[in-house]
Design a protein around this ligand. Structure first.
Ligand code: ZN
Length: 129
């Protein structure tokens, strides 16, 4: 399981996005330190503010599935609407909660990888309490 596998899963998840209002489809795949892969897509709502991003849905799937494997090695994010497609601020904070170490996005040149500290510097996390 590597970055390419995670991005392939993110692409597949994006095809299931429920985005009838924005038409902005996103898929995310979380690869845990334990080697498991969890995916999510964005899910919108007629009450717009209730929309949930792909990354947070993937994190929820991870949390539900295995309490002993909640450390995130990387997250891959794909959208057919934007390349690269980075996690929004809210999702960065949720990914931070589970120790995400790397964010993988893609553009016309292929995969691009960023250390998590670069996309959310000086972040607030569980050890800050
Ligand atoms: Zn988000």
């Amino acid at each position: 399981m590597d970055r390419q596998d995670a991005m392939a899963a993110a692409r597949s998840a994006a095809s299931n996005a429920y985005a009838p209002y924005s038409n902005f489809h996103v898929g995310a795949a979380i690869l845990t330190e334990g080697g498991r892969l969890y995916t999510g897509c964005n899910v919108e709502n007629a009450s717009y503010g209730l929309a949930i991003c792909a990354e947070r849905n993937a994190a929820a799937a991870m949390a539900l599935s295995n309490p002993d494997d909640r450390n995130i090695r990387l997250v891959a994010v794909h959208s057919p609407n934007a390349a690269p497609c980075f996690p929004c601020g809210a999702c960065r904070q949720v990914l931070r909660e589970f120790g995400c170490k790397e964010v993988v996005v893609e553009d016309e040149d292929g995969l691009r990888s960023y250390p998590f500290d670069e996309i959310l510097p000086n972040s607030f996390g569980p050890e800050s309490l």
